[in-house]
Write a protein that binds this ligand. Structure first.
Ligand code: SF4
Length: 295
């Protein structure tokens, strides 16, 4: 697949399903944003504006609530989420997000090119570097669940942020903190070491090579299919059920009596005997804990 640039969310999408990646990042077909994601974007916006204002000594505007109305409007947040946005902003305040003593920037751009020639793009929500060159990358998360240990240890976002910040500030201390501020839960911290820079760079570079070498046809059906822009045009069994006009009444009756997986298997068996989608197993969840990750 031809890719112009790469981001953590793009890699995550490829790992979820290469065919989904093909639609979203090659064909650039994006679906509607989930209402909860819009609420998260509003929180990010209010916090970014408030941090920037505080750094510039604009007293009134340094209160994130000053920006809330504008943020809700900008991201077309549904009323049902107003309370969440308010709560999450207040959590940021109480956890100390607006201490800008060592803040370099909010929405700090990550900008470097991998050895394979693909530029990396991304934005750090807040970058702090203190007088002793201790770097702390802060990323606001409004996700429903905290990260599992496995998700923290294999976190592309932390890898890309780390590489970008080390590239830009080579004098920072060896251990770089990447703090995920999971506002519904707790702060979860990943620590990466500059001495492992080459290993991390190779890991990201190898992944991007894998993406480039993929033809984007492999499908990985999962519960996320219902949010997929490719829904209805890929070979995911549930899409076959929804879109294949050869599916008759009998199949639907049988389908209602079976679980989703059994139903999909039955339909594939009877209606598409020659179709064998290549699948990968869903990621196993492990117990979630704060992670200190060093290679
Ligand atoms: S519907 Fe599911 S299997 Fe099909 S492309 Fe989307 S995520 Fe992949």
């Amino acid at each position: 697949m031809e890719i112009q640039h790469i981001s953590a969310s793009a890699i995550k999408c490829f790992e979820t399903c290469p065919h989904k990646f093909y639609h979203e990042y090659v064909l650039r077909i994006r679906g509607e944003t989930h209402p909860a994601a819009n609420a998260g974007s509003a929180v990010h916006y209010a916090c970014e504006r408030a941090v920037k204002a505080k750094k510039n000594d604009k007293r009134e505007e340094s209160d994130p609530l000053f920006w809330m109305q504008e943020a809700l409007k900008k991201y077309d947040v549904q009323k049902a989420y107003y309370e969440n946005v308010l709560t999450w902003i207040k959590t940021c305040v109480s956890w100390g997000y607006f201490d800008v003593t060592n803040t370099i920037d909010a929405e700090h751009k990550i900008d470097f090119t991998l050895p394979v020639g693909v530029p990396v793009v991304g934005f750090v929500d807040k970058l702090d570097i203190d007088g002793n060159w201790k770097a702390s990358i802060k990323d606001i998360k409004t996700q429903k669940n905290p990260f599992t240990r496995q998700e923290l240890d294999n976190n592309w976002q932390s890898f890309l942020y780390f590489l970008g910040v080390v590239n830009e500030f080579p004098l920072i201390q060896n251990i770089v903190d990447i703090e995920f501020w999971c506002l519904r839960h707790k702060k979860q911290i990943v620590q990466l070491a500059k001495t492992d820079y080459d290993i991390i760079l190779k890991r990201v570079n190898d992944k991007v090579i894998e993406i480039k070498e993929s033809d984007g046809t492999r499908v990985c059906p999962s519960g996320l299919c219902r949010f997929c822009v490719a829904e209805g045009c890929c070979h995911h069994p549930s899409n076959v059920l929804k879109t294949d006009k050869t599916v008759g009444d009998n199949t639907n009756i049988i389908g209602q009596a079976l679980t989703d997986v059994e139903r999909a298997k039955a339909i594939l068996k009877t209606l598409k005997p020659d179709f064998r989608p290549e699948t990968v197993p869903a990621t196993e969840e492990t117990e979630e804990v704060n992670s200190i990750f060093l290679f």
